[in-house]
Design a protein around this ligand. Structure first.
Ligand code: PA5
Length: 476
């Protein structure tokens, strides 16, 4: 089989394979623009040839640092948000033992792995701090801008604990920074404190950065073979460097989702059948959501993990609004296998499955679901990989990165910017009273007041004309 097989047969009759070929010329144009770097956003195409161009000495340095971290740390905390942690988490959770952190030390080949700085919950951070109190740990703070609030808050607290625990010099041995070459608060701090640091290339944005040191250092610390991961991505970059649609399943996937979108399928649900793939789904969701949700257009990416979510979202997918299509990730060979054994009493009535593997049952659940959804007007694209190994995960990462950027050009948006994310940030800074945001603060406070007055100025009980707040019969 090919490294990644993409099957559109269950898209029928909503999408016919010959329709995909209509995009032949357009795809060729997009391909040439991307590879000649003369498209909008071309300054962020550094990921395109990265797997083959990644400096060998940097791989060596990452591996050496990972070995040192493993020597002195029983826990490793990855501090970052969005593109600065989702890729690493996807790969680590996909490729390590599901209960890695709970295994006895003797059975672990890597420190326990935790994530911080990806929310603003004081409970979450306090509990991370509780946990590290009695454990030897190191941290990797990852922030391209070096100014993101969430990781900055987590870093302030974790650095404080490290310095109290190991002294300033000891803490320095346990703090690793991944950030911009020249700018941002993290860069300044690195230069002042002399932390070991890794550079995020200028031409690679957060959500395309998992195969840079952003992802590679944490992934290496987790004991995963980063060279195999890069090799998979490199082979994918060769396979998908081909504008011939019949030979390029990555481009066919991009076009298929575009066509389905044009036919009113506004939501793509990525369905996985392995819980360890949940974060791969999160990474994919960010990649497609942040890259393509612009100019009031773009498919909304959602994820489900089956069969778990068949018992919660299955009903809606089968019979709710018909605005979905589904993309299933099928992993041909499972990591671990269990066989159903005979039970004399057979009270659970499972003896008819005796001798069958659990993965066999999972695969039949997958086929049954795809057929049911197709019959329920949910077209299905199935993406099959041979197994979950660093090589194939690297391959899939590249597949989706390239497909996503092609999709951006198909709908006419720049797949590498994220202006919309700034809106919440500036509102938050203004409401927090950050210096420089004074005018915005006044504007927002007026807006809040206006919204409040609008909501309460009329009574909704319909039986009086009084102010809503004062109406004794008010209904909400
Ligand atoms: O993909 C992106 O660009 C974002 O998700 C960023 O990675 C995220 O906002 C974190 O930014 P930074 O790495 O600058 O802290």
């Amino acid at each position: 089989m090919n490294n990644i097989e993409v099957d559109f047969s269950k898209c029928y009759p909503y999408l016919k394979s010959e329709e995909i070929l209509i995009f032949d010329n357009m795809t060729r144009e997009i391909h040439n623009m991307m590879h000649n770097k003369n498209c909008i956003g071309s300054e962020y195409l550094g990921w395109l040839n990265l797997p083959s161009e990644f400096p060998k000495d940097e791989i060596k340095r990452i591996k050496n640092v990972a070995v040192n971290i493993k020597k002195h740390s029983d826990a490793f905390i990855i501090v970052g948000i969005g593109g600065s942690y989702l890729g690493a988490r996807a790969v680590i959770e996909g490729l390590t033992h599901t209960f890695h952190n709970s295994l006895p030390k003797s059975e672990r080949t890597a420190p326990k792995i935790y994530f911080a700085g990806n929310n603003i919950s004081s409970t979450y951070l306090s509990e991370i701090l509780d946990m590290v109190e009695h454990i030897d740990f190191s941290i990797n703070v990852i922030s391209k801008s070096g100014t993101t609030t969430e990781p900055a808050i987590a870093f302030r607290f974790l650095k404080d604990v490290l310095e109290k625990k190991y002294g300033k010099d000891g803490a320095r041995e346990r703090i690793f920074i991944t950030t911009d070459k020249n700018k941002g608060a993290m860069r300044k701090l690195c230069d002042e404190e002399g932390y070991e640091n890794f550079v995020i290339p200028d031409d690679i944005g957060g959500r395309y950065s998992v195969l840079t040191s952003v992802g590679l250092l944490p992934i290496a610390v987790a004991g995963i073979d980063i060279e195999e991961l890069l090799k998979g991505a490199e082979d994918a970059s060769v396979e998908y460097n081909n504008y011939n649609l019949e030979e390029n399943s990555c481009y066919r996937y991009a076009i298929a989702r575009h066509l389905l979108y044009m036919k009113g399928k506004f939501i793509e649900i990525m369905a996985t059948y392995e819980p360890c793939m949940n974060y791969f789904g999160e990474w994919w969701k960010q990649l497609f959501g942040e890259s393509l949700g612009k100019n009031h257009t773009g498919i909304f990416p959602a994820t489900v993990n089956f069969s778990t979510d068949l018992h919660s979202m299955g009903q809606y997918i089968q019979e709710g609004l018909r605005i979905f299509f589904e993309t299933t990730i099928n992993i041909k060979e499972t990591k671990r296998e269990l066989v159903i054994f005979n039970d004399e009493k057979n009270i659970d009535e499972l003896n008819f499955l005796e001798g069958k593997t659990i993965d066999y049952i999972n695969k039949r659940a997958m086929e049954g679901t795809e057929l049911a959804h197709n019959q329920g007007e949910v077209p299905n694209i199935t993406i099959t990989i041979p197994n979950l190994s660093p090589y194939y995960v690297g391959y899939m990462i590249y597949f989706f990165e390239k497909a996503c950027s092609v999709c951006g050009y198909l709908i006419g948006v720049n797949p590498f910017d994220q202006q919309g994310v700034e809106n919440y940030k500036s509102n938050m800074f203004a409401l927090l009273g950050k210096p420089g945001y004074e005018d915005k603060k006044i504007e927002l406070e007026m807006k809040l007041e206006e919204m409040n007055n609008e909501n309460f100025s009329r009574c909704r009980c319909m039986s009086c004309k009084t102010n809503h707040r004062e109406c004794s019969k008010r209904i909400w």
